[in-house]
Design a protein around this ligand. Structure first.
Ligand code: ATP
Length: 308
């Protein structure tokens, strides 16, 4: 549904995107994650036809964004990181205004708007002024606004920022519902766990390049490949360290008192064999623990030093 091919964007001398390549399949809830200034908003603005790339191509539904902006705009709903709201309108009038902007006939709007308000759990706020809504409600109304023309693709720039945990959960549930309706959704954040909870696929961007991309379970798998072993010995700690250093899947062997800490890149069978070998050598292993890096650590590890 979305293809990005060696996309470059320069602002003067500053290269915000450095040949970004990415593909997103239809019906995917895609999390675009990266620190501030990584290039998420730039990528999303290009997809939304609001910004011209310096070079490279981006396609939405097979349409190249710079050549067929009108077709692309019909296909997408875009929510920027900051969006203005019209204070003197009610929630219903607000959606009606945007519906009219998309040339949706009045009769059709009367049908769609209650459905949209229901989808984003704002039916009870139909007659409330936009100004009076909470931040979470405004975000949900903004989401409804993106949906008035029933787009296939949603591009949401940091929609969860500034929301409290409850509002975040509500947003997450709505996005899953939309994904289950077959929509392709790109959502950005600089908080990895926030996206990992709800997305099918995560792309990590740093310094204008994609540094990792994959299904959330694959990223977890990668984490498992980088586990840390903590082994406590009653005695002969140095001897255990020497043995461990000889194992090809073991790295960075250090000592913390009676504990040996080591990186391990093998699989479960190799890990079991390692424990067996230590025991067979008569080493008094009292504890053998594995620690898995959490997603945040992996994110920091993957993006370490890139772009700086
Ligand atoms: N209009 C502009 N003029 C000059 N530089 C810009 C402009 N817009 C963005 N940049 C720069 O391009 C880089 C990428 O910015 P972008 O807004 O795409 O990042 P981001 O990942 O969305 O970050 P954030 O999470 O802070 O929104 C940053 O270094 C930013 O300062």
């Amino acid at each position: 549904m979305i293809q990005i091919n060696r996309l470059v964007k320069r602002y003067g001398k500053m290269e915000a995107l450095k040949g970004l390549t990415l593909e997103i399949e239809k019906g995917t809830l895609f999390g675009f994650v990266g620190p501030n200034g990584a290039g998420k908003s730039t990528t999303m603005s290009i997809l939304a036809t609001l910004l011209e790339p310096t070079s490279g191509q981006a396609y939405v539904g097979g349409y190249e964004v710079t050549k067929h902006p009108r077709e692309v705009r019909k296909l997408i709903g875009y929510m920027p990181d900051f969006f203005g709201v019209y204070d003197n309108l009610t929630a219903e009038e607000y959606l009606d205004f945007y519906g009219a902007n998309y040339d949706i006939p009045a009769q059709e709007r009367r049908q769609i708007i209650p459905q949209l308000l229901e989808l984003v759990n704002l039916s009870h706020k139909r007659d409330a002024y936009v100004d009076s809504l909470s931040r979470g409600m405004k975000q949900r109304l903004g989401l409804a606004r993106c949906l008035v023309h029933n787009p296939e693709v949603l591009i949401l720039d940091e929609p969860a920022s500034g929301l409290d945990p409850r509002a975040r959960i509500e947003l997450r549930e709505i996005l899953k519902e939309l994904r289950d309706m077959g929509k392709t959704i790109i959502i950005s954040s600089h908080i990895l766990p926030e996206l990992a909870e709800m997305c099918d696929v995560i792309g990590i961007i740093e310094g204008g390049s994609l540094v990792a991309c994959g299904r959330v379970d694959e990223i977890y798998q990668k984490m498992q490949e980088k586990r840390v072993l903590r082994i406590r010995l009653l005695d002969r700690v140095e001897e255990a360290m020497t043995r461990l250093r000889e194992v090809p899947t073991v790295s960075d062997v250090t000592r913390e008192g009676s504990w040996v800490v080591a990186g391990f890149t093998g699989n479960d069978e190799q890990q079991a064999a390692l424990l067996r070998d230590l025991a067979a050598a008569g080493l008094p292993v009292a504890a053998f623990n594995e620690e898995q890096g959490n997603l945040e650590e992996i994110f920091l590890e993957i993006t370490k030093g890139v772009g700086s």
